[in-house]
Design a protein around this ligand. Sequence first.
Ligand SMILES: [Zn+2]
Length: 180
Amino acid sequence: MRNKSLILEARDIRLAVELIELGARLQLLEAETKLSRERLLKLYKEVRGESPPKGMLPFSTDWFMTWQPNIHASLFMAYYRFFERHTKLRGLELIIKAYRMYLEQVERGQMERVLSLTRAWTMVRFFEARMLQMATCKECGGEFVAHAYDPTKGYVCGLCHMPARAGKTRKAIEAAAAGA
Ligand SMILES: [Zn+2]
């Protein structure tokens, strides 16, 4: 019994460190591990050399609908759904895998890291709560994050309807889509 709890604790510490390195907020760590808040605060300071930011998690689905966040959120979801279909990864492991792929793509495309791990994690919960859905763009055929209650017929994505100065993002997304 004692051994088992030690093993679980070691697992939680490894997981917490990985999540903190990826930029997770305290609320995510509290939800996904059994470690105490005090313990997590200490780990956070050890890993990042500073205290975690205070404040609530973003609760609204609206952030995912604005132009640049939507592209990044959709890129993450493309990876998420791919690994959901083709691997046995589930839950947090699946989120971490998809997020690492997203980060690689962002680095390759020299883009800004718009989607944080905490946002990605929150988004998956929005999908599970059926507050979000994927919509297929009628122009490019790509799949994008949309509100669950919006009609998806005739949907046109942010890349097909793009602000003039976003060419770099587009190129990187297209490269990602071709590679996936
Ligand atoms: Zn499109």
